[in-house]
Unconditional design. Structure first.
Length: 188
């Protein structure tokens, strides 16, 4: 089973196209491309982690539309890390898990890494090289050497594997506040 991560798809949210300069003609076009990209990567035995803001806007208030959208998601497991736009209807969907934060064992060392919709300064096992995977900030910030944005706006609207996230982490600068909160921690 491969874990796939994505954040901030905002399915059904027409205004996100304008707010984030997304290259789509309409919300239907955006939703179709996002779903197609998920299906191109996530296998039938894989786990899909939505790191917040699954759907939003008027469409997301329609239980029938939302249920149909959810039923189209690929993968054997579907997990939601709750974001600020995940409303009651989204939370009621039959996710395998729903939480505000989770630790997921992934990567070649099978270490626990932290998922939270919001970027954080530190988290469990951060001193031991555990990464944090977040969303929320869209294209405003890719992250730092130990905390990486999994949002669709910075990954060409595609889900990503841990290996992709770890590779990007190595190319990003250290968080300038890292030493403020983790004195004597190994550098990243």
């Amino acid at each position: 089973m491969i874990n796939w991560y994505t954040a901030d798809p905002h399915f059904g949210h027409e205004n996100i196209i304008k707010f984030c300069d997304r290259p789509f003609r309409s919300v239907n076009h955006m939703d179709a491309v996002l779903m197609q990209n998920l299906w191109a990567m996530v296998g039938p035995n894989d786990a899909l982690w939505i790191v917040g803001d699954f759907a939003f806007g008027q469409k997301a208030k329609d239980r029938e539309w939302l249920t149909k959208l959810f039923s189209k998601l690929p993968g054997a497991e579907k997990h939601l890390i709750v974001g600020n736009h995940d409303l009651e209807q989204t939370l009621a969907l039959p996710w395998n898990s729903t939480s505000h934060m989770a630790e997921v064992k992934d990567g070649p060392d099978k270490q626990m890494h932290t998922l939270c919709h919001y970027p954080m300064i530190t988290w469990n096992r951060a001193r031991r090289g555990a990464l944090q995977i977040f969303g929320h900030v869209h294209k405003n910030w890719k992250g730092s050497s130990n905390s990486v944005n999994a949002g669709v706006d910075v990954w060409d609207y595609m889900p990503v594997r841990f290996e992709d996230i770890a590779r990007r982490a190595k190319s990003l600068p250290a968080n300038k506040h890292w030493q403020d909160v983790e004195h004597n921690a190994r550098g990243f």
